[in-house]
Ligand binder design. Structure first.
Ligand code: G6P
Ligand code: ZN
Length: 583
């Protein structure tokens, strides 16, 4: 059929500024007339013509509620804007890392490559008719659009007057693999629906030694549990863990992707991954029985991960440090060495110690995966991670939840080479972490989140903390008044980053108080919430003495926590006597 293009008049809608990771709002906001359309057109208009006309675009996401409607709208707008092909994962499902892999690795039947993607996700935010939807644009390198583009998108949303749409184009059946071809004013337009996992699985097999992981999983001594929290990771978990690696079906928990994530909050942490946490013997409502050796969870779009051992939690900050320390021997992709490592500013300094000891290039970047992407494109970074349960490498330009699990399985397989058969006890996740602390020291770490607080009050709290920084002696007087045994504050600032690749400067990336003994307090406003403001408080203390690395984390950190709450006047500003989430 030949489709027609019509032009729809519209007017700017407030509040379409993309956050840390795209535009995230309640579904009812997205369903307002022209809301999604304005944002999509503002994005097309922010791209150079050759990234639109005749281009191939990926459109998919975590399958949350409203994705199926959104994908049809974007297909019709892509057709009208002269896009040549739209690639869609079956049932709109593609994890965020899989989208990145598809952009970088996949070729169409005619050899075409995708130059970008609309990813339909609000990541770890709940989904469903009364919850969140989201959209973000990724570039040709497979990574999130840089600020120069997202700023342009935002500017465009403030002036938009019209958009073209092929509204007589029939909806495409996205549940069946295959190509549907149309003819429009600009020539041919194809929509190709493909398997959500194929390209990603192929990439994983080129990175890891699947055979050695398979051997580990085949051992009756090694037990495993993976919780997809009903997010899109489920579309990969069965294929990779069960079909490729031979795990038992029963190892998979909540691995059927659902539009509303089964009513849960698809964020892999100790608060929200309740079932897994219970199975791993980490909650009061222990499910009984012997917990598995290894457990992991993912968020809605499968870029985040949580790593657990039997009755043991691995902090994301430790996880990236441990992966970096073991990558070369355990993961074939890294056999020729690491180009460098990086972490986000609020992530603990555990990685710094590894980098120093292995003599690796090291970078501290602001929160947001895009900052790692620049380093990776320039060949300066192989492994990176964030405290917010994100870990990854330069195989793609997004963090990668399943990659992190395979990295840990590889380390476990490597350390247990001689123990898999016979009676020897396996080296456990906990053994690996404790050994790491004994070698490098331990960074006690915790994060307190105050979600959905009044935005004005949150701003006042931050202003109060910045103001305090003007006099360090004054700060130390206050500190000593609250906790006399805490070390002195050596310096305090707002984190600012100059990108070593493109020279761009990012200011106001979090308020830091750095102590003489290496402890840190960091305060930041979240860039991913969809309601009110979320204050994040990050607390860290370094312990080099191997005999003191075994304390309970909340207990070890309690003086610093107390100090942070009083210094910031948290309760006074927010009216909250306790955080909503502690990780
Ligand atoms: C997303 C980004 C991460 C970032 C996180 C921070 O998940 O992909 O790179 O660390 O958001 O979220 P926040 O709510 O702290 O701004
Ligand atoms: Zn995510």
């Amino acid at each position: 059929m030949v489709f027609k293009v019509s032009t729809v008049s519209t007017s700017p809608i407030d509040g379409q500024k993309p956050g840390t990771s795209g535009l995230r709002k309640k579904v009812k906001v997205f369903k307002q007339p022209n809301y999604l359309e304005n944002f999509v057109q503002a994005t097309f208009n922010a791209l150079t013509a050759q990234k639109v006309k005749g281009a191939t675009l990926v459109v998919s996401g975590d399958g949350r509620y409203y994705s199926k409607d959104a994908v049809q709208i974007i297909i019709k707008m892509a057709a009208a804007n002269g896009v040549r092909s739209v690639w869609v994962g079956k049932n709109t499902l593609l994890s965020t890392p899989a989208v990145s892999a598809v952009i970088r690795e996949r070729s169409g039947a005619d050899g075409s490559k995708a130059t970008g993607a609309f990813i339909l996700t609000a990541s770890h935010n709940p989904g469903g008719p009364t919850e969140d939807f989201g959209i973000k644009y990724n570039m040709e390198n497979g990574g999130p659009a840089p600020e120069s583009i997202t700023d342009k998108i935002y500017e465009n949303t403030k002036t938009i007057k019209e958009y073209p749409i092929a509204d007589d184009l029939p909806n495409v059946d996205i549940s069946t693999i295959g190509v549907t071809s149309f003819e429009g004013p600009d020539g041919k337009f194809d929509v190709e629906v493909f398997d959500s996992a194929d390209d990603y699985v192929k990439l994983m097999k080129s990175i890891f030694d699947f055979e050695s992981i398979r051997k580990l999983l085949s051992s009756p001594k090694f037990t495993f549990c993976y919780d997809a929290l009903h997010g899109v990771a489920g579309a990969y978990a069965h294929r990779i863990f069960v079909e490729e690696l031979g795990a038992q079906e029963s190892a998979l928990l909540n691995c059927t992707p659902k539009e509303d994530f089964g009513g849960g909050h698809p964020d892999p942490n100790l608060t929200y991954a309740k079932e897994l946490v219970a199975r791993m013997g980490l909650s009061k409502s222990d499910t009984g029985g012997e917990p598995p050796e290894f457990g992991a969870a993912a968020d809605g779009d499968a870029d985040r991960n949580m790593i657990l051992g039997k009755r043991f939690f691995v902090t994301p900050s430790d996880s990236v440090a441990i992966i970096a320390a073991n990558a070369i021997g355990a993961i074939p992709y890294f056999s020729s060495g690491l180009k460098g490592v990086a972490r986000s500013m609020p992530t603990s300094a555990a990685l710094d110690v590894v980098a120093k000891s292995l003599n690796l290039k090291f970078f501290e970047v602001p929160t947001g995966w895009k900052f790692f992407g620049n380093l990776m494109d320039a060949g300066m970074c192989s492994v990176c991670g964030e405290e917010s349960f994100g870990t990854g490498s330069d195989h793609i330009r997004e963090k990668d939840g399943i990659w992190a699990v395979l990295a840990w399985m590889s380390i476990l397989a490597h350390k247990n080479k001689g123990n898999i058969d016979g009676n020897a006890k396996l080296v456990s996740v906990e053994d690996i972490v404790r050994q790491h602390w004994a070698t490098y020291g331990r960074h006690y770490y915790t994060r307190y989140d105050y979600e959905n607080v009044d935005a004005g009050k949150a701003k006042e709290l931050m202003e109060h903390l910045v103001k305090l920084q003007s006099s360090i002696p004054e700060v130390n007087k206050i500190v000593k008044g609250i906790r006399s045994h805490v070390a002195n504050v050596a310096s305090a600032d707002e984190f600012e980053y100059k990108d070593p690749v493109d020279g761009s400067i990012s200011k106001h990336q979090g308020i830091r108080y750095l102590f003489e003994d290496g402890s840190r307090l960091v305060f930041r406003l979240s860039g991913t919430g969809s309601e009110g403001a979320t204050i994040r408080l990050y607390i860290e203390q370094y312990e080099k003495d191997a005999s003191k690395t075994g304390r309970e984390s909340q207990e070890a950190l309690s003086p610093l926590v107390d100090l942070a709450l009083k210094l910031s006047k948290m309760e006074e500003f927010t009216g909250r006597s306790a955080p909503t989430v502690i990780t």
